[in-house]
Ligand binder design. Structure first.
Ligand code: ATP
Ligand code: MG
Length: 498
């Protein structure tokens, strides 16, 4: 029988970087990091081959897949010392998508899976933190409701916003445990009303449904559009990674962050990241809260900061490329949750230059003049050069591009000297994702600076629709659609995302 599931955890993984096509970028690099001895929560990855069988077989799981998942889950329970569905010591997992090439934010993820009315009490008792447990449960119902049951996220958020208004709370962490408990009950009623069925309480059923939803997210409209723009074959499919949750929302010694192993704008060797204390990963990528600069972590937890720097350095030397990482600190313990190569354009030039001096193996590349390297990196153009889609001052996250610039997903006229953001509900990552490779946090950062999001809805006296592009700077589009439209756009300078 085919092997569809590969485990990783406790310093050993069945996969590696070499298995990218089978395990997807996320799955293979988590396996690689595990083998390198970097702290990664244990987990399992379902292969793209399983996805292929599933999509060819009319959404039926291939024979043996469920058994293999359960077997790997049992190993995961052993590695984490927790049990899936156990009311006393519940194991919670995330269910994450991961294609063989990075498609940032285009597919789905469900966090905190495994919670139900019983396990939430167990989690509260074990952590002695009621607020934390109910916060996880309301997050889980929101994400599961949205990704798996297809209920719009805003519907859930309206309830939370109403509570915050009533309490006069400005941020989510200010909402106390008993309100979150009531909120969760309201969410469950909402699910019942919308779907006609109660919120699934069996963790295995939750897992099966979430894996299906992640498989299906390969066919989501935005993923299809992204593939079209980037010429990614539709039959590659996605792997699914199920991994033990680590919690950045466990208090003041916990938090979550994202960043680059060096400055993506200049290539300077300086850890370049942002961190959010007492938060889960989605808060950062979705722009729900404003992250702090990474120096906040250095001041609060110098040891963790030093460990993170050492890991960043190790990853860069291992991959010989700048890395884009996600990490979480749970009660002063650091975990890496993702790494992917992030260097292109200028950053790569600098990186390679340093590499040459340090006698790294990729010296040949370093000898090329920065301009030659830039020419070799498609889509990277300097301000003033004609025909560039966008100037990539950050390594990968050209900001002002995007299908929305191309006009397919929403058009807006742009005048020179205008910067671009997108109108979207502040807490929903999806409308703020840039289909050409930018992602929520950067769009959000830009939006923050220029008051995008809800506050932007009537900017300049003009009403704007959610998801509509805003451009306040830099570009005139020559009217072609999608990727072609991008090529026709003028370059624009994006001086800094901070
Ligand atoms: N097991 C986990 N424990 C804690 N946080 C997690 C876990 N799995 C994922 N996360 C966090 O949840 C967020 C979303 O996860 P994920 O990386 O799967 O999707 P994404 O970052 O939105 O998109 P992509 O990585 O595919 O571009 C990230 O911040 C990630 O670090
Ligand atoms: Mg990610």
């Amino acid at each position: 029988m085919d092997k569809y599931v590969y485990s990783f955890g406790r310093g050993r993984a069945e996969g590696s970087s070499l298995m990218r096509n089978l395990l997807g970028g996320k799955g293979c690099e988590l396996a690689e990091m595990t083998n390198l001895g970097i702290p990664v929560p244990p987990g399992l990855t379902i292969t793209t081959q399983a996805w292929a069988q599933y999509s060819r077989g009319d959404r039926r799981w291939p024979d043996g897949l469920w058994d293999q998942v359960i077997e790997a889950l049992t190993k995961l329970e052993g590695d984490s010392g927790l049990t899936f569905g156990d009311p006393q010591r519940p194991l919670l997992v995330s269910v994450r998508s991961g294609a063989r090439v990075s498609m940032p934010g285009m597919m789905e993820t469900v966090l905190n899976l495994g919670l139900n009315d019983k396990t939430v009490e167990g989690l509260a008792a074990r952590t002695r933190n009621d607020r934390f447990a109910w916060d996880c449960y309301r997050r889980f119902i929101t994400m599961f409701g949205n990704v798996v049951l297809g209920i719009r996220r805003e519907v859930f958020d309206e309830h939370l916003d109403a509570i915050k208004r009533r309490l006069g709370a400005r941020t989510d962490p200010e909402v106390p445990a008993d309100e979150l408990r009531k909120l969760t009950a309201a969410y469950k009623e909402l699910v019942l009303a919308r779907t006609g069925a109660p919120f699934p309480q069996d963790p295995r059923e939750q897992l099966r449904l979430a894996i299906n939803a992640v498989f299906d997210s390969w066919f989501a409209k935005k993923a299809v559009e992204y593939r079209r723009i980037h010429n990614i074959p539709a039959d590659w499919g996605t792997a699914v990674t199920v991994m033990a949750m680590v919690f950045g929302n466990l208090g003041e010694t916990s938090g979550t962050g994202v960043g680059f192993t060096r400055d993506p704008r200049t290539g300077e060797h300086r850890f370049y990241a942002e961190f959010l204390v007492n938060a889960q990963g989605e808060d950062v990528v979705a722009g729900i809260r404003t992250p702090e600069r990474i120096e906040a972590l250095r001041d609060r937890m110098p040891d963790i900061y030093a460990e993170l720097l050492a890991i960043a350095d190790r990853l860069e030397r291992h991959y010989k490329d700048m890395q884009d990482i996600e990490f979480t600190v749970q009660e002063a313990k650091l975990y890496l949750l993702q790494t992917r190569s992030g260097a292109r354009g200028r950053a790569r030039g600098r990186r390679s230059g340093e590499g040459a001096r340090a006698r790294h193996p990729h010296r040949a590349h370093a000898r090329a003049a920065p301009d030659a390297q830039r020419a070799a990196a498609p889509g990277v153009r300097r301000a003033g050069e004609g025909g560039g889609a966008r100037r990539r001052t950050s390594a990968r996250y050209g900001f002002a591009g995007g299908a929305r610039c191309g006009g397919r997903a929403g058009r807006v006229r742009r005048r020179p000297g205008r910067r671009m953001g997108q109108v979207g509900p502040a807490r929903d990552p999806r409308p703020t994702r840039d289909l050409t490779g930018g992602r929520g946090r950067h769009v959000r950062r830009a939006g923050h600076r220029h008051r995008a999001g809800r506050a932007h809805l009537s900017r300049g006296g003009r009403r704007r629709r959610h998801g509509q592009a805003l451009c306040r700077w830099g570009q005139r589009r020559r009217g072609r659609r999608g990727a072609a439209g991008l090529r026709g756009a003028r370059p624009c300078a994006w001086p800094s995302i901070w």
